[in-house]
Design a protein around this ligand. Structure first.
Ligand SMILES: Cc1ncc(C[n+]2csc(CCOP(=O)(O)OP(=O)(O)O)c2C)c(N)n1
Ligand SMILES: [Mg+2]
Length: 328
């Protein structure tokens, strides 16, 4: 029987799985960045590249029955929670074979069978949903939790304040993950966040908080272990502020005139969670050979997913008005 607890350091198997997920997110995004320029992908797309250690450090702790609620920058959260990568690619291409039958696309992708309750185009829209899900978790009494991913921009939204307050008052197992990537659209955190202390805002509602380096998988994983022990133990919500950066613009096509000329280049050199992970991988018992093999597998998976998505049919016209309401 495994003696692994939420607070144990990750096993080698888990580290390899975490690396696979982070690499999958990265290659998924790098490939989308290229494919979007062909004009074949409809709708708006926000890339997660650079923030992979956050989604994976958090979700590696979660089971199938735990919930996550995502943001408009949701591909990484989906992959980390175990959504089918090809199904996601088909969805983003708007194909009938996609996770949401091609009707959701990048910003409304969801897979309830994996506990992924949806991306969300409303900034600050996720935390209230996560608190609702956590009420269900608590009522079932099965130890499950919900996680709300939210950007630094959402920390100025009233919905997030209300959700945090309610989570504390009702003592429900929600873990709020503030992903501080330095920008809300084109506005810097330094300008837009009055207190400059995002985690401190969550603390003010009466929950424990931690601030971590979001480019370090191990730091995120350890903090999430402590958050989960707290939430699963019936002690109520917990918040983590994870600091990282995004390697692309706010949306695909953003000219990024608000960033210094070589900012992204410097960040790719010093804040790449995959390079940071690989730097200490051998000391943690992983082999370069295994990591290289994962890289090759992932590239093949992404190639296959794109090729198949291109060939797949769009939703039929007769499907236009189905799936508008949930059937109970
Ligand atoms: C309620 C609401 N206000 C404004 C917007 C427009 N908008 C879309 S994304 C975004 C920035 C969000 O920034 P952040 O929360 O930091 O997430 P990031 O894009 O950095 O991942 C804004 C203002 C929106 N979608 N919803
Ligand atoms: Mg942001």
């Amino acid at each position: 029987m495994s003696t692994e607890t939420v607070e144990s350091p990750p096993s080698s198997e888990r580290l390899l799985e975490a690396y696979r997920k982070m690499r999958t997110i990265r290659e998924f995004e790098e490939r989308l960045h290229v494919e979007i320029q062909t004009g074949e992908i409809p709708g708006f797309t926000h890339l997660y590249s650079g923030q992979e250690a956050i989604a994976v450090g958090v979700c590696e702790h979660l089971g199938l029955n735990d919930y996550i609620v995502s943001t408009h920058r949701g591909h990484g959260h989906c992959i980390a929670k175990g959504c089918d990568v090809a199904g996601m690619m088909h969805e983003i291409y708007g194909r009938a074979t996609g996770l949401c039958k091609g009707k959701g696309g990048s910003m409304h992708i969801a897979d309830f069978s994996k506990g992924m309750l949806g991306a969300n185009a409303i900034v600050g829209g996720g935390p209230p949903i996560a608190v609702g899900a956590a009420i269900a978790c608590r009522n079932r009494g099965d130890g499950t939790v919900s996680v709300a991913f939210a950007g630094d921009g959402s920390c100025n939204q009233g919905t997030v304040f209300e959700a945090m307050n309610l989570a504390v008052v009702l003592k429900v197992p929600t873990i709020f993950i503030y992903e501080n990537n330095g920008y809300s659209e084109h506005t810097g955190v330094d300008y837009a966040v009055g207190s400059k202390d995002i985690a401190g805002r969550a603390a003010a509602f009466g929950m424990p908080v931690e601030k971590v380096d979001g480019t370090d998988f191990h730091a995120v994983y350890a903090a999430m272990g402590r958050a989960l022990a707290h939430a699963r133990g019936g002690h109520g919500p917990f918040a983590i502020e994870a600091i990282a950066t995004r390697f692309y613009g706010h949306f695909e096509g953003d000219p990024q005139l608000y960033r210094a000329k070589d900012e992204v280049k410097r960040q790719r050199e010093s804040m790449d969670c995959l390079s940071i992970f690989r730097r200490t991988a051998t000391q943690r018992g992983l082999s370069e050979h295994d990591l290289d093999a994962i890289d090759a597998d992932v590239l093949a998976l992404i190639d296959r997913s794109v090729a198949e998505a291109r060939q797949a049919p769009p939703p039929a016209e007769s499907e236009l008005t189905t799936d508008v309401y949930v059937a109970y």
